[in-house]
Design a protein around this ligand. Structure first.
Ligand SMILES: Cc1cc2nc3c(=O)[nH]c(=O)nc-3n(C[C@H](O)[C@H](O)[C@H](O)COP(=O)(O)OP(=O)(O)OC[C@H]3O[C@@H](n4cnc5c(N)ncnc54)[C@H](O)[C@@H]3O)c2cc1C
Length: 375
């Protein structure tokens, strides 16, 4: 009998679990994989999160995170923009970070069902039934933290699921001769690749490409050779990379379309509520921030071991909807506009040349996709 069942144990799920459990709620996380595991992600986090992590006693630099404070954006023409990042960020693999958070949650009493997919979530009579292959959980509250695209989006008939999206994500780790403190975004036709340092002398190389280009090329190797390598900076990276994973992590159908933060009374968190274009490098921080906001609102409206009146539930949902929109709706919109610009070779050449001469404007643009440091 959990107060809250969380479907999905990525950053949003794990931070909701940590915060609610610390506040005394019984929390069960259902995650379809088992930690540690790799995910498609650029693995760069904005420093806006550091004060909050500090309040939780989490020190990412103890885990080996790399400090990053310069941004480079390059175009296939060879043009390059360099910008000092005001707030800066750090790099750490999801393999390491998510596993650390899982172990922390476990130690503090969060219950986990691993290697377990949630097949269905049904709300009736002011309570939820969460169905997995092996068991059925009854709970007053469900947090949907199942990421950008899941079987549950289909099951819940969410609008964005039925609109196809052309983006494919590909992630690899490698050893490289590359500066420690730079995040480089290398644009190519219909996509871009991010390169930055994580822990243990490793670099994360993560691309977003177009499905049609992959189809036309027939394989990831051919896509790399004939499309991505048209960017000379990215070619240099691939030519010298000493690969550290047996094969790349790949996902399809990455969608940046609007979603809703509450659907069928399920409180959505992280990418499940809305995903920012990866080039903004802020999806992880937003997932954690949304968990912080949601758990705070849950704690305002819900009391364990007492009946949870339906009107109180509706008030909780409305409070979360409002706060989520104030915090994130504009950032997601800016991210969608920037996403449209990347991948057009001529426009990128022009943008890189122009913004390189306008560091204040570039800085302002970066700020539009990020929040201020928060606790
Ligand atoms: C190509 C690419 C590059 C990116 N680069 C960056 C970056 O550099 N910096 C940054 O901040 N953000 C980046 N992002 C975004 C970032 O990865 C996400 O915003 C972040 O992972 C969201 O966390 P989450 O917890 O919402 O979802 P996730 O981390 O995706 O977690 C969702 C979890 O739910 C589980 N799940 C799904 N369905 C079910 C089910 N039915 N039952 C049980 N479990 C289920 C999954 O296994 C997964 O563990 C990138 C994204 C992409 C695609």
């Amino acid at each position: 009998m959990a107060d809250v069942v969380i479907a999905g144990g990525g950053l949003a799920g794990l931070f909701n679990a940590l915060l609610l459990n610390r506040a005394g709620l019984q929390v069960t996380v259902v995650e379809k994989k088992a930690y540690p595991f790799h995910r498609v992600c650029g693995e760069y986090l904005s420093n806006e999160i550091l004060p909050f992590l500090d309040t939780l006693g989490i020190d990412v630099f103890n885990l080996g995170a790399s400090r990053i404070d310069r941004l480079e954006v390059t175009a296939t023409s060879g043009a390059r923009l360099t910008q000092k990042l005001d707030l800066g960020g750090f790099g750490i693999s999801r393999y390491k970070l998510d596993n650390y958070l899982y172990e922390l949650c476990l130690k503090e009493g969060v219950k986990f069902l691993l290697n377990t997919q949630v097949d269905d979530i049904v709300f009736a009579n002011n309570a939820f039934t969460v169905t997995t292959r092996d068991c059925v959980l009854e709970t007053p509250l469900v947090i949907g933290a199942f990421g950008k695209r899941s079987n549950l989006d289909n099951k819940l008939n969410r609008a964005f699921f039925h609109q196809r999206s052309p983006y494919v994500g590909i992630k690899m780790h490698a050893r490289l001769n590359f500066p420690d403190d730079v995040i480089q975004l290398n644009s190519f036709k219909n996509g871009y690749c991010g390169v930055s340092k994580i822990e243990d002398d490793r670099y994360c190389i993560c691309s977003l490409a177009h499905r049609n280009d992959l189809r036309r090329q027939g394989s990831l190797d051919a896509l790399q050779e004939n499309v991505i390598n048209k960017n000379p900076y990215q070619k240099e990276i691939f030519d010298q990379a000493e690969w550290l994973m047996d094969k790349p992590e790949v996902i399809n159908e990455i969608s940046f379309r609007k979603k809703l933060p509450v659907e069928q009374h399920i409180l959505m968190s992280g990418d499940t509520a809305g995903m920012i274009a990866p080039l903004c490098g802020n999806g992880m921080t937003m997932a954690i921030h949304s968990a912080k906001i949601l758990s705070k609102i849950i704690l305002q409206y819900y009391r364990p071991a007492r009946p949870f009146p339906f009107e109180q539930r509706l008030a909780l949902e409305q409070a979360y909807r409002n706060t989520w929109n104030v915090q994130f709706a504009r950032r997601l919109w800016v991210g969608r506009q920037l996403q449209k610009m990347f991948g057009n070779n001529q426009m990128m050449h022009w943008a890189v040349q122009t913004f390189n001469r306008l560091p204040r404007v570039t800085n302002w643009l970066v700020q539009q996709t990020h929040g201020k440091a928060w606790e």
